[in-house]
Design a protein. Sequence first.
Length: 198
Amino acid sequence: MTDGISKADFARTMGVDRSQVTRWTQLGMPTLDDGNVPAARAAEWVRGNVQSYARARRSIGAREMRAAQVQHQQASFEEIARLGLWLLTQRIPGEAARVAIQAGATPQVAYTIYRRLQRRGPEVANELRADWMGLDEGEIGAFPDVGLDLDPPDWAALARAARVRFDPAAWERGAAERFGEELPPVARAPAADSAEAD
């Protein structure tokens, strides 16, 4: 019977820590009565038991698991992007109304822009998401049209800034009478050649 080598020497031979060799002996790696390791038999045991386990981890199942993890991560990124797009559509109407007032629009015009963007926001978000994902709109769940206003303008302050009186509730009543459920369409700007010079 050949002499064995110490666990420390076997660990150096295998390129692992000595504690790993101790774990292998607990799992059934052959050892001699004196605690030394029969190098050839132990190396064969490692190839058959430990390295085959490592190969199994790199097998088809492991690759499928990694692919599923990547797919899950991609779905998480898509959900974050979807949420960001939805939040953006909820914030744009208020910002557009403030910019309209700053540009000299009346509060009535700014409010019309605001309400139109509120109404159209989820629809635009769904179109953008469908384009981004490369899907037809029917293949993806639509954004909810919950009417949530994350950034409502202070209409009283905007009216003061424009130096006019404005009552959003009166505008809503008037719009409902004139346009019914549908908000007024956004008027297109006249072509540059037909615009009157100031």
